[in-house]
Write a protein that binds this ligand. Structure first.
Ligand code: ZN
Length: 102
């Protein structure tokens, strides 16, 4: 019970932290995993058959991606907004795992 509560609090806190830090910047930097997730969302939404994508970088940070089909996505808002809920959970848990690995 407490473990579930702790995990929930952690996820909320992490989500808020990410939201807070990305909101302060013009571009919202993405991790490689996030860019990949967004590309997969694009493929699903657009029924895109492409197998390749490339990172769009700004100041050494990934801010978006360009799909093989020519679709470009630049993340200007925090990832928590405008993406469906299951994807936020995927991102948060991925970051959570990353933080606890080191
Ligand atoms: Zn595409």
């Amino acid at each position: 019970m407490i473990e579930i509560l702790t995990a929930t609090v952690w996820a909320t806190f992490l989500g808020y932290t990410i939201w807070y830090f990305t909101l302060a910047k013009h571009y919202a930097p993405l991790t490689l995993e996030e860019a990949q997730v967004l590309w997969k969302i694009h493929k699903q939404n657009a029924k895109c058959q492409s197998t390749k994508w490339r990172k769009i970088k700004k100041g050494g940070k990934i801010v978006g991606f360009e799909c093989e089909c020519g679709y470009r996505h630049i993340q200007k808002r925090p990832i928590a907004k405008g993406t469906p809920a299951p994807n936020i959970q995927t991102n948060v848990s991925a970051i959570y795992k990353k933080l606890h690995k080191t």
